[in-house]
Design a protein around this ligand. Structure first.
Ligand code: ATP
Length: 438
Protein backbone atom coordinates (compact mmCIF):
# COMPACT_ATOMS: atom_id res chain seq x y z
CA UNK A 1 0.00 0.00 0.00
CA UNK A 2 1.51 3.33 -1.02
CA UNK A 3 2.21 5.52 2.01
CA UNK A 4 4.26 8.60 1.05
CA UNK A 5 3.99 9.98 4.64
CA UNK A 6 6.15 7.15 5.83
CA UNK A 7 9.01 8.35 3.62
CA UNK A 8 8.82 11.86 5.12
CA UNK A 9 8.86 10.43 8.63
CA UNK A 10 11.77 8.15 7.81
CA UNK A 11 13.86 10.88 6.17
CA UNK A 12 13.28 13.07 9.21
CA UNK A 13 14.18 10.28 11.65
CA UNK A 14 17.32 9.47 9.65
CA UNK A 15 18.49 13.07 9.83
CA UNK A 16 17.51 13.64 13.47
CA UNK A 17 19.15 10.48 14.75
CA UNK A 18 22.28 10.33 12.61
CA UNK A 19 21.43 7.72 9.98
CA UNK A 20 21.60 9.85 6.81
CA UNK A 21 22.37 13.52 6.14
CA UNK A 22 22.10 15.47 2.94
CA UNK A 23 25.54 15.82 1.36
CA UNK A 24 27.17 19.27 1.81
CA UNK A 25 24.10 20.39 3.75
CA UNK A 26 25.71 23.64 4.99
CA UNK A 27 26.03 24.73 1.36
CA UNK A 28 22.41 23.96 0.62
CA UNK A 29 22.98 20.31 -0.28
CA UNK A 30 24.12 18.47 -3.41
CA UNK A 31 21.37 17.09 -5.62
CA UNK A 32 20.49 13.56 -4.61
CA UNK A 33 23.73 12.72 -2.86
CA UNK A 34 23.62 11.57 0.76
CA UNK A 35 26.07 11.09 3.61
CA UNK A 36 25.66 8.30 6.14
CA UNK A 37 26.02 9.36 9.76
CA UNK A 38 27.34 7.24 12.59
CA UNK A 39 24.31 4.92 12.71
CA UNK A 40 23.79 4.80 8.94
CA UNK A 41 27.43 3.91 8.34
CA UNK A 42 27.06 0.98 10.76
CA UNK A 43 23.85 -0.20 9.10
CA UNK A 44 25.45 -0.13 5.65
CA UNK A 45 28.61 -1.80 6.91
CA UNK A 46 26.53 -4.59 8.47
CA UNK A 47 24.75 -5.17 5.14
CA UNK A 48 28.07 -5.32 3.29
CA UNK A 49 29.75 -7.56 5.88
CA UNK A 50 26.82 -10.01 5.84
CA UNK A 51 26.84 -10.07 2.04
CA UNK A 52 30.63 -10.57 1.87
CA UNK A 53 30.48 -13.28 4.50
CA UNK A 54 27.72 -15.22 2.70
CA UNK A 55 29.30 -14.81 -0.75
CA UNK A 56 33.03 -15.06 -0.07
CA UNK A 57 33.74 -16.49 3.40
CA UNK A 58 31.04 -19.11 3.51
CA UNK A 59 31.66 -20.53 0.03
CA UNK A 60 34.72 -22.02 -1.57
CA UNK A 61 33.65 -21.19 -5.14
CA UNK A 62 33.64 -17.38 -4.93
CA UNK A 63 36.63 -15.03 -4.67
CA UNK A 64 36.44 -11.41 -3.57
CA UNK A 65 38.21 -8.57 -5.36
CA UNK A 66 38.43 -4.79 -5.06
CA UNK A 67 38.90 -3.30 -8.53
CA UNK A 68 39.53 0.38 -9.27
CA UNK A 69 36.74 2.81 -10.09
CA UNK A 70 38.70 4.27 -13.02
CA UNK A 71 39.21 1.83 -15.89
CA UNK A 72 40.58 1.94 -19.41
CA UNK A 73 38.05 3.87 -21.54
CA UNK A 74 37.83 0.96 -23.98
CA UNK A 75 36.21 -1.12 -21.21
CA UNK A 76 33.07 1.00 -21.55
CA UNK A 77 33.07 0.72 -25.34
CA UNK A 78 33.34 -3.04 -25.05
CA UNK A 79 30.67 -3.25 -22.37
CA UNK A 80 28.23 -1.28 -24.51
CA UNK A 81 27.92 1.57 -22.01
CA UNK A 82 29.32 4.27 -24.30
CA UNK A 83 26.78 3.42 -26.95
CA UNK A 84 23.84 2.03 -25.07
CA UNK A 85 23.78 3.19 -21.46
CA UNK A 86 21.38 5.98 -21.95
CA UNK A 87 17.88 7.03 -21.11
CA UNK A 88 15.51 8.91 -23.40
CA UNK A 89 15.18 12.44 -22.03
CA UNK A 90 12.73 15.26 -22.67
CA UNK A 91 13.07 18.92 -21.72
CA UNK A 92 10.26 21.17 -20.56
CA UNK A 93 10.42 24.24 -22.80
CA UNK A 94 8.83 26.33 -20.04
CA UNK A 95 11.09 25.62 -17.00
CA UNK A 96 13.95 23.87 -18.87
CA UNK A 97 14.13 20.97 -16.46
CA UNK A 98 14.89 17.58 -17.99
CA UNK A 99 13.02 14.38 -17.18
CA UNK A 100 13.02 10.73 -18.13
CA UNK A 101 10.54 10.27 -20.95
CA UNK A 102 9.03 7.24 -19.21
CA UNK A 103 7.88 9.14 -16.08
CA UNK A 104 4.10 8.77 -15.72
CA UNK A 105 3.53 12.57 -15.53
CA UNK A 106 5.66 13.13 -18.63
CA UNK A 107 3.81 10.42 -20.52
CA UNK A 108 0.62 12.22 -19.48
CA UNK A 109 2.03 15.43 -21.03
CA UNK A 110 2.45 17.49 -17.84
CA UNK A 111 5.72 18.90 -16.49
CA UNK A 112 6.38 17.42 -13.01
CA UNK A 113 8.06 20.67 -11.89
CA UNK A 114 6.12 23.62 -13.32
CA UNK A 115 2.91 21.78 -14.18
CA UNK A 116 2.70 23.25 -17.72
CA UNK A 117 1.07 20.97 -20.28
CA UNK A 118 2.37 19.79 -23.65
CA UNK A 119 5.66 21.67 -23.63
CA UNK A 120 8.13 18.81 -23.97
CA UNK A 121 10.86 18.51 -26.60
CA UNK A 122 11.27 15.27 -28.54
CA UNK A 123 13.07 12.58 -26.46
CA UNK A 124 16.85 12.64 -26.80
CA UNK A 125 19.26 9.94 -25.64
CA UNK A 126 21.36 10.98 -22.66
CA UNK A 127 24.37 8.96 -21.49
CA UNK A 128 24.31 8.15 -17.80
CA UNK A 129 28.08 7.81 -17.33
CA UNK A 130 30.05 10.56 -15.62
CA UNK A 131 32.98 11.65 -17.77
CA UNK A 132 36.18 13.30 -16.68
CA UNK A 133 39.83 13.64 -17.77
CA UNK A 134 42.85 11.64 -16.70
CA UNK A 135 46.04 13.66 -16.32
CA UNK A 136 46.60 17.38 -16.86
CA UNK A 137 45.33 17.72 -20.42
CA UNK A 138 41.62 18.07 -20.98
CA UNK A 139 41.23 16.66 -24.46
CA UNK A 140 39.36 13.72 -25.92
CA UNK A 141 42.39 11.40 -25.71
CA UNK A 142 42.35 11.89 -21.91
CA UNK A 143 38.62 11.22 -21.48
CA UNK A 144 37.83 8.67 -18.85
CA UNK A 145 34.59 7.40 -17.30
CA UNK A 146 33.69 6.94 -13.67
CA UNK A 147 32.35 3.40 -13.47
CA UNK A 148 28.57 3.03 -13.61
CA UNK A 149 28.75 -0.57 -12.31
CA UNK A 150 31.35 -2.69 -10.53
CA UNK A 151 30.86 -5.74 -12.77
CA UNK A 152 33.38 -4.81 -15.47
CA UNK A 153 36.25 -4.94 -12.96
CA UNK A 154 35.39 -8.60 -12.42
CA UNK A 155 35.24 -9.42 -16.15
CA UNK A 156 38.57 -7.89 -17.07
CA UNK A 157 40.17 -9.74 -14.13
CA UNK A 158 38.47 -13.06 -14.88
CA UNK A 159 41.64 -14.94 -15.88
CA UNK A 160 43.82 -13.17 -13.27
CA UNK A 161 41.55 -14.33 -10.47
CA UNK A 162 40.91 -17.78 -11.90
CA UNK A 163 44.62 -18.47 -12.27
CA UNK A 164 45.89 -16.96 -9.02
CA UNK A 165 43.11 -18.37 -6.84
CA UNK A 166 43.32 -21.69 -8.71
CA UNK A 167 39.59 -21.80 -9.25
CA UNK A 168 37.82 -23.97 -11.78
CA UNK A 169 34.58 -23.10 -13.57
CA UNK A 170 31.96 -22.83 -12.13
CA UNK A 171 33.19 -20.11 -9.79
CA UNK A 172 32.38 -16.51 -8.97
CA UNK A 173 34.00 -13.12 -8.39
CA UNK A 174 32.40 -10.86 -5.79
CA UNK A 175 32.94 -7.19 -5.32
CA UNK A 176 31.55 -4.31 -3.27
CA UNK A 177 32.17 -0.77 -4.41
CA UNK A 178 30.93 2.62 -5.45
CA UNK A 179 29.26 3.21 -8.79
CA UNK A 180 28.13 6.48 -10.33
CA UNK A 181 25.29 7.28 -12.70
CA UNK A 182 24.26 10.72 -13.84
CA UNK A 183 20.61 9.82 -13.22
CA UNK A 184 18.17 12.19 -14.83
CA UNK A 185 15.48 11.79 -12.24
CA UNK A 186 17.07 10.77 -8.97
CA UNK A 187 14.93 10.74 -5.87
CA UNK A 188 13.04 8.88 -3.20
CA UNK A 189 15.78 9.53 -0.67
CA UNK A 190 18.59 6.96 -1.02
CA UNK A 191 16.62 4.88 -3.55
CA UNK A 192 17.96 6.53 -6.70
CA UNK A 193 21.11 8.60 -6.28
CA UNK A 194 23.99 9.62 -8.50
CA UNK A 195 26.63 8.01 -6.30
CA UNK A 196 25.81 4.65 -4.76
CA UNK A 197 27.30 1.38 -3.69
CA UNK A 198 26.83 -2.02 -5.30
CA UNK A 199 27.50 -5.53 -4.08
CA UNK A 200 27.83 -7.56 -7.25
CA UNK A 201 28.82 -11.14 -7.90
CA UNK A 202 29.66 -12.58 -11.32
CA UNK A 203 29.33 -16.37 -11.46
CA UNK A 204 31.18 -17.96 -14.41
CA UNK A 205 29.64 -21.21 -15.65
CA UNK A 206 29.89 -23.59 -18.57
CA UNK A 207 27.43 -22.61 -21.33
CA UNK A 208 24.43 -24.86 -20.98
CA UNK A 209 24.70 -24.86 -17.20
CA UNK A 210 23.67 -21.20 -16.95
CA UNK A 211 19.94 -21.72 -16.56
CA UNK A 212 20.23 -24.13 -13.63
CA UNK A 213 22.67 -21.76 -11.91
CA UNK A 214 20.37 -18.83 -12.61
CA UNK A 215 17.54 -20.61 -10.77
CA UNK A 216 19.83 -21.43 -7.87
CA UNK A 217 21.05 -17.86 -7.52
CA UNK A 218 17.50 -16.51 -7.59
CA UNK A 219 16.63 -18.73 -4.68
CA UNK A 220 19.82 -18.01 -2.70
CA UNK A 221 19.48 -14.26 -3.05
CA UNK A 222 15.80 -14.13 -2.14
CA UNK A 223 16.46 -16.27 0.94
CA UNK A 224 19.33 -13.98 1.95
CA UNK A 225 16.98 -10.99 2.09
CA UNK A 226 14.39 -12.98 4.04
CA UNK A 227 17.10 -13.93 6.53
CA UNK A 228 17.67 -10.22 7.21
CA UNK A 229 14.15 -10.22 8.63
CA UNK A 230 12.50 -8.42 5.68
CA UNK A 231 8.74 -9.03 5.52
CA UNK A 232 8.06 -11.92 3.06
CA UNK A 233 4.81 -10.35 1.92
CA UNK A 234 6.68 -7.29 0.66
CA UNK A 235 9.20 -9.21 -1.44
CA UNK A 236 8.61 -10.56 -4.92
CA UNK A 237 10.35 -11.39 -8.18
CA UNK A 238 9.69 -9.46 -11.34
CA UNK A 239 10.79 -10.99 -14.63
CA UNK A 240 12.01 -8.60 -17.31
CA UNK A 241 9.91 -8.74 -20.47
CA UNK A 242 11.61 -8.55 -23.91
CA UNK A 243 11.41 -4.73 -23.97
CA UNK A 244 12.95 -4.39 -20.49
CA UNK A 245 15.97 -6.67 -20.97
CA UNK A 246 19.36 -4.91 -20.94
CA UNK A 247 21.47 -5.21 -24.08
CA UNK A 248 23.63 -7.91 -22.47
CA UNK A 249 20.93 -10.04 -20.86
CA UNK A 250 19.31 -13.27 -21.96
CA UNK A 251 17.13 -13.42 -18.87
CA UNK A 252 16.71 -11.11 -15.88
CA UNK A 253 14.70 -11.14 -12.67
CA UNK A 254 14.50 -8.26 -10.23
CA UNK A 255 13.99 -8.76 -6.54
CA UNK A 256 11.44 -6.10 -5.67
CA UNK A 257 10.26 -4.62 -2.40
CA UNK A 258 6.97 -2.85 -1.82
CA UNK A 259 8.24 0.64 -0.91
CA UNK A 260 5.84 3.40 0.18
CA UNK A 261 6.18 4.64 -3.42
CA UNK A 262 5.37 1.25 -4.97
CA UNK A 263 7.04 -2.06 -5.91
CA UNK A 264 10.63 -1.37 -6.97
CA UNK A 265 13.80 -3.30 -7.73
CA UNK A 266 16.67 -3.41 -5.25
CA UNK A 267 18.58 -6.38 -6.65
CA UNK A 268 18.83 -7.82 -10.14
CA UNK A 269 19.77 -11.36 -11.20
CA UNK A 270 20.96 -11.43 -14.78
CA UNK A 271 22.01 -14.09 -17.25
CA UNK A 272 24.64 -12.04 -19.13
CA UNK A 273 25.65 -15.01 -21.32
CA UNK A 274 29.21 -14.68 -22.68
CA UNK A 275 28.44 -11.13 -23.84
CA UNK A 276 30.95 -9.32 -21.62
CA UNK A 277 33.85 -11.76 -21.96
CA UNK A 278 33.33 -12.02 -25.72
CA UNK A 279 33.32 -8.25 -26.11
CA UNK A 280 36.41 -7.77 -23.93
CA UNK A 281 38.15 -10.48 -25.94
CA UNK A 282 37.24 -8.67 -29.13
CA UNK A 283 38.13 -5.13 -27.94
CA UNK A 284 41.35 -6.04 -26.09
CA UNK A 285 42.59 -8.62 -28.58
CA UNK A 286 43.44 -10.94 -25.62
CA UNK A 287 42.06 -14.45 -25.38
CA UNK A 288 39.80 -14.80 -22.37
CA UNK A 289 38.79 -18.42 -22.87
CA UNK A 290 38.83 -20.86 -20.04
CA UNK A 291 40.57 -24.20 -20.60
CA UNK A 292 38.68 -27.01 -18.93
CA UNK A 293 40.92 -29.72 -17.51
CA UNK A 294 41.23 -32.62 -18.14
CA UNK A 295 39.49 -32.44 -21.55
CA UNK A 296 41.35 -29.28 -22.64
CA UNK A 297 38.08 -27.96 -23.96
CA UNK A 298 38.22 -24.17 -24.50
CA UNK A 299 35.17 -22.00 -23.98
CA UNK A 300 34.03 -18.55 -22.91
CA UNK A 301 32.02 -19.01 -19.75
CA UNK A 302 28.49 -17.66 -19.37
CA UNK A 303 27.89 -15.30 -16.47
CA UNK A 304 25.07 -15.29 -13.96
CA UNK A 305 25.22 -11.98 -12.12
CA UNK A 306 23.64 -11.02 -8.82
CA UNK A 307 23.66 -7.20 -8.52
CA UNK A 308 22.47 -5.68 -5.27
CA UNK A 309 22.34 -2.00 -4.38
CA UNK A 310 23.71 -1.54 -0.87
CA UNK A 311 21.94 1.80 -0.34
CA UNK A 312 18.66 0.48 -1.68
CA UNK A 313 18.93 -2.55 0.60
CA UNK A 314 19.59 -0.20 3.53
CA UNK A 315 16.43 1.70 2.52
CA UNK A 316 14.45 -1.56 2.35
CA UNK A 317 15.63 -2.43 5.85
CA UNK A 318 14.72 1.00 7.25
CA UNK A 319 11.30 1.15 5.59
CA UNK A 320 10.50 -2.41 6.57
CA UNK A 321 11.57 -1.84 10.17
CA UNK A 322 9.67 1.42 10.79
CA UNK A 323 6.67 1.04 13.13
CA UNK A 324 4.54 3.39 15.19
CA UNK A 325 2.96 1.79 18.24
CA UNK A 326 0.68 2.71 21.07
CA UNK A 327 1.77 1.14 24.34
CA UNK A 328 -0.77 1.76 27.10
CA UNK A 329 -1.55 5.19 25.68
CA UNK A 330 2.11 6.02 25.12
CA UNK A 331 3.26 6.46 21.50
CA UNK A 332 6.53 5.01 20.38
CA UNK A 333 8.41 4.83 17.09
CA UNK A 334 10.37 1.63 16.62
CA UNK A 335 12.90 0.54 14.05
CA UNK A 336 12.46 -3.21 14.35
CA UNK A 337 15.79 -3.94 12.64
CA UNK A 338 17.10 -7.49 12.83
CA UNK A 339 19.86 -7.55 15.50
CA UNK A 340 22.34 -8.62 12.76
CA UNK A 341 21.91 -5.28 10.99
CA UNK A 342 21.04 -2.96 13.90
CA UNK A 343 23.82 -0.35 14.30
CA UNK A 344 23.86 -0.45 18.11
CA UNK A 345 23.24 -3.85 19.66
CA UNK A 346 22.94 -2.89 23.33
CA UNK A 347 22.23 0.25 25.33
CA UNK A 348 23.41 0.38 28.92
CA UNK A 349 21.60 2.49 31.52
CA UNK A 350 22.21 3.07 35.20
CA UNK A 351 18.69 3.46 36.65
CA UNK A 352 19.85 6.51 38.64
CA UNK A 353 23.06 8.52 38.65
CA UNK A 354 24.08 7.41 42.16
CA UNK A 355 24.64 4.45 44.49
CA UNK A 356 27.48 3.11 42.31
CA UNK A 357 25.16 2.36 39.39
CA UNK A 358 26.99 4.50 36.78
CA UNK A 359 30.29 2.79 37.63
CA UNK A 360 28.83 -0.71 37.17
CA UNK A 361 27.17 0.40 33.93
CA UNK A 362 30.40 1.89 32.57
CA UNK A 363 32.31 -1.27 33.46
CA UNK A 364 29.70 -3.34 31.60
CA UNK A 365 29.93 -1.08 28.59
CA UNK A 366 33.72 -1.42 28.61
CA UNK A 367 33.28 -5.22 28.56
CA UNK A 368 30.93 -4.90 25.57
CA UNK A 369 33.49 -2.69 23.82
CA UNK A 370 36.25 -5.22 24.46
CA UNK A 371 34.03 -7.87 22.88
CA UNK A 372 33.53 -5.52 19.85
CA UNK A 373 29.78 -5.39 20.43
CA UNK A 374 28.54 -1.89 19.44
CA UNK A 375 26.87 -0.36 22.49
CA UNK A 376 25.64 2.99 23.82
CA UNK A 377 25.73 4.41 27.35
CA UNK A 378 22.97 6.73 28.49
CA UNK A 379 22.37 8.03 32.01
CA UNK A 380 20.25 11.08 31.24
CA UNK A 381 16.49 11.40 31.67
CA UNK A 382 13.71 9.09 32.79
CA UNK A 383 14.24 5.44 31.98
CA UNK A 384 11.11 5.40 29.74
CA UNK A 385 12.54 8.18 27.59
CA UNK A 386 15.86 6.41 27.34
CA UNK A 387 14.03 3.28 26.11
CA UNK A 388 12.12 5.32 23.50
CA UNK A 389 15.32 6.87 22.17
CA UNK A 390 16.81 3.42 21.63
CA UNK A 391 13.58 2.02 20.13
CA UNK A 392 13.65 4.79 17.57
CA UNK A 393 17.13 3.89 16.33
CA UNK A 394 16.52 0.13 16.45
CA UNK A 395 18.67 -0.99 19.38
CA UNK A 396 17.47 -4.54 20.15
CA UNK A 397 18.37 -4.70 23.85
CA UNK A 398 18.56 -2.24 26.75
CA UNK A 399 20.40 -3.28 29.91
CA UNK A 400 19.50 -1.50 33.14
CA UNK A 401 21.64 -1.46 36.25
CA UNK A 402 19.29 -1.01 39.20
CA UNK A 403 19.25 -1.05 43.00
CA UNK A 404 19.57 -4.84 43.14
CA UNK A 405 22.50 -5.12 40.76
CA UNK A 406 25.29 -4.61 43.28
CA UNK A 407 23.80 -7.06 45.78
CA UNK A 408 22.57 -9.77 43.41
CA UNK A 409 25.12 -9.33 40.63
CA UNK A 410 22.34 -9.15 38.03
CA UNK A 411 20.80 -6.65 35.61
CA UNK A 412 17.59 -6.47 33.58
CA UNK A 413 17.65 -6.84 29.81
CA UNK A 414 14.65 -5.42 27.99
CA UNK A 415 13.71 -6.67 24.53
CA UNK A 416 12.83 -3.90 22.04
CA UNK A 417 10.02 -5.83 20.32
CA UNK A 418 8.35 -7.96 23.02
CA UNK A 419 9.16 -5.44 25.80
CA UNK A 420 9.86 -8.43 28.03
CA UNK A 421 12.48 -7.98 30.71
CA UNK A 422 14.71 -10.78 31.91
CA UNK A 423 17.22 -10.79 34.74
CA UNK A 424 20.69 -11.88 33.73
CA UNK A 425 23.90 -12.15 35.79
CA UNK A 426 25.98 -9.00 35.18
CA UNK A 427 29.05 -11.00 34.13
CA UNK A 428 26.95 -13.06 31.68
CA UNK A 429 25.57 -10.10 29.69
CA UNK A 430 28.29 -10.16 27.03
CA UNK A 431 27.80 -13.90 26.45
CA UNK A 432 23.99 -13.47 26.46
CA UNK A 433 24.18 -10.84 23.70
CA UNK A 434 26.82 -12.65 21.68
CA UNK A 435 24.73 -15.83 21.66
CA UNK A 436 21.80 -13.92 20.19
CA UNK A 437 23.91 -12.25 17.51
CA UNK A 438 25.26 -15.52 16.15
P1 ATP B 1 17.00 0.99 -12.17
O1 ATP B 1 16.15 0.29 -13.20
O2 ATP B 1 16.30 1.23 -10.87
O3 ATP B 1 17.70 2.20 -12.69
P2 ATP B 1 19.02 -0.85 -12.88
O4 ATP B 1 18.21 -2.00 -13.41
O5 ATP B 1 19.65 0.08 -13.83
O6 ATP B 1 18.16 -0.03 -11.80
P3 ATP B 1 21.29 -2.44 -12.21
O7 ATP B 1 22.13 -1.87 -13.29
O8 ATP B 1 20.76 -3.82 -12.38
O9 ATP B 1 20.10 -1.42 -11.88
O10 ATP B 1 22.08 -2.29 -10.83
C1 ATP B 1 21.95 -3.22 -9.79
C2 ATP B 1 21.47 -2.56 -8.52
O11 ATP B 1 22.18 -1.36 -8.26
C3 ATP B 1 20.01 -2.13 -8.54
O12 ATP B 1 19.15 -3.19 -8.24
C4 ATP B 1 19.98 -1.07 -7.47
O13 ATP B 1 19.81 -1.66 -6.18
C5 ATP B 1 21.35 -0.46 -7.55
N1 ATP B 1 21.26 0.84 -8.27
C6 ATP B 1 21.25 1.05 -9.60
N2 ATP B 1 21.15 2.35 -9.88
C7 ATP B 1 21.08 3.00 -8.68
C8 ATP B 1 20.96 4.38 -8.30
N3 ATP B 1 20.92 5.35 -9.20
N4 ATP B 1 20.91 4.66 -6.97
C9 ATP B 1 20.97 3.68 -6.04
N5 ATP B 1 21.08 2.38 -6.35
C10 ATP B 1 21.14 2.03 -7.65
Amino acid sequence: MANPDLMDKLVSLCKRRGYVFQSSEIYGGTGSVWDYGSLGAELKRNVKDLWWSSMVHQRDDIEGIDAAILMHPKVWEASGHVEGFSDPLVECTNCHRRFRADLPEVEGGQCPTCGTKDVFTEPRMFNLMFKTFMGPVEDSSATIYIRPETAQGSYVNFLNVQGTARQTVPFGIAQIGKAFRNEITPGNFIFRTREFEQAEMQFFVKPGEDEAWFDQWMEIRMQWHKDLGIDDAKLRFHEHGPDELAHYAKKAFDIEYEFPFGWKEFEGIHNRTDFDLARHQEYSGKRLEYIDAPTNERFLPYVVETAMGVDRTALVLLVDAYREEDIDGDQRVVLGLHPKVAPTKVAVFPLVKKDGMPEIAQKLQADLRSAAIPSFYDQSGAIGRRYRRQDEVGTPWCVTIDGETAEQNSVTIRDRDSLEQVRVATDKVVAWVRERLL
